[in-house]
Design a protein around this ligand. Structure first.
Ligand SMILES: [Zn+2]
Length: 268
């Protein structure tokens, strides 16, 4: 083998990148002697990792993943899974669930985002229609529309809160593509929960049952806190997943509630 070839091979050596922060851990790997450990820790961000997920650069997406394989059937199934907190990721089972080692496909994430938004709007329109049929009044339609706007804005503002208050995310140097992957999938539960909450609130308002109005307002934040908690714990694997998720959701939905409340005062 000539020297040129040897040099070329050295350049082709695959980097051993930390799946969370992207730090090249090849120095760590070079220190191995005799045996290869199964588990390790990223010296940059502290992620506890299994070396298999670092060294296997072509990690295959799970068979159901639309992002990994495309196809309309997988898109439907991926969206269904995205609606529940543990549907997409589960810690330690990256072979069957999405993990940070699976390459992000931006184009397919845009498709998921579009489907999530359309689904949310569709369910929201259905909820509004149902409210209108059940009461026949324009005013209650306004209440339900504000409830839906609260759900939708809450979803988006929770993402924004993740950017602004995501101290835990910054501390562990999460690559942005991981955050955007989570944010994109979060649109799916966000829209559905907003519609459910709007109907519950509306029914409570019709019956003058304040507790039900409050419960309706709580549906979306509670569901979204659960969803983001599991994303932080199982996917991004931050140290304090629940406080991080709770902070994002509280800030996001409080801002959304304030905006909806101010609008309601102006309208009514
Ligand atoms: Zn790292």
């Amino acid at each position: 083998m000539d020297a040129q070839r040897v040099l070329a091979d050295a350049d082709d050596r695959p980097p051993a990148l930390c799946p969370r922060c992207g730090y090249d851990l090849v120095g760590e790997v070079m220190r191995w002697q005799g045996a290869c450990p199964l588990d390790g820790r990223c010296s940059e961000c502290g992620l506890e990792l299994r070396w298999a997920e670092v060294l296997d650069r072509e990690q295959r997406h799970p068979a159901w993943s639309y992002e990994g394989h495309g196809g309309a059937g997988r898109l439907v199934w991926t969206v269904c899974r995205g609606a529940v907190p543990c549907g997409l990721w589960r810690r330690g089972r990256e072979g069957r669930y999405l993990g940070m080692g699976h390459a992000v496909d931006r184009q397919r994430l845009w498709v998921v985002l579009t489907v999530g938004v359309v689904l949310g709007l569709g369910v929201g329109a259905g909820a509004l229609g149902w409210v209108r049929v059940s009461t026949g009044g324009w005013r209650s339609g306004v209440v339900a529309a504000l409830g839906l706007a609260y759900g939708g804005m809450g979803t988006v503002l929770t993402m924004a809160a993740g950017l602004i208050f995501g101290e835990s995310l910054a501390r562990v140097r999460v690559r942005w593509e991981h955050f955007w992957r989570c944010a994109t999938y979060s649109v799916i539960p966000g829209g559905l929960l907003g519609a459910v909450g709007a109907v519950v609130s509306h029914e409570g308002a019709q019956a003058s049952a304040d507790a039900w109005v409050l419960a309706g307002l709580g549906v979306a934040p509670t569901g979204m806190a659960l969803w983001w908690w599991r994303a932080m714990a199982d996917y991004v694997r931050v140290e304090r997943p629940l406080p991080t998720a709770a902070a994002m959701v509280v800030v996001g939905y409080l801002a959304a509630f304030t905006a909806a409340f101010v609008t309601a005062l102006r309208v009514g």
